[in-house]
Design a protein around this ligand. Structure first.
Ligand code: ZN
Length: 134
């Protein structure tokens, strides 16, 4: 099931660059924790490795397209990933709407042509990358 709000592009904030995960940094509404999957890209020097992580750690605003991600939780996802060994950095590109994948394709690997990943990109990635902690 996909609600209207889940397929809307989201603006993402890290919990440690706003005031935690209880209040929306844009409209001050109370955030709602929701389980979701995310596309994370780990960087190893010159190469990148993407993987789907989740499901906890996202706090969604019921009033506007904002999601606040728990930094510690995503640090953990990055650290425990199969590719963590040499990863120096990671970026969370967006939400993966696994419910949008047709049943007959849900067991297949994602493929850009036959089984595209239902990615809902974050709209402010650029900003976030600039303000990452080191
Ligand atoms: Zn909001």
């Amino acid at each position: 099931m996909t609600s209207q709000s889940e397929s809307t592009p989201k603006k993402m904030y890290w919990s440690d660059s706003v005031r935690g995960t209880t209040q929306c940094p844009d409209c001050q509404a109370a955030l709602i924790p929701q389980q979701h999957s995310y596309l994370m890209v780990l960087r190893h020097g010159e190469s990148m490795d993407s993987q789907i992580v989740g499901s906890v750690g996202g706090h969604f605003c019921p009033a506007c397209p904002v999601v606040v991600l728990e930094r510690a939780r995503f640090d953990e996802y990055a650290a425990t990933s199969r590719a963590a060994g040499t990863a120096s950095d990671y970026v969370v590109l967006g939400l993966v709407d696994l419910s949008a994948v047709p049943e007959d394709k849900s067991r297949l690997p994602f493929d850009e042509v036959d089984n595209p990943l239902p990615l809902i990109m974050f709209t402010n990635l650029h900003q976030n990358r600039e303000t990452r902690r080191s």
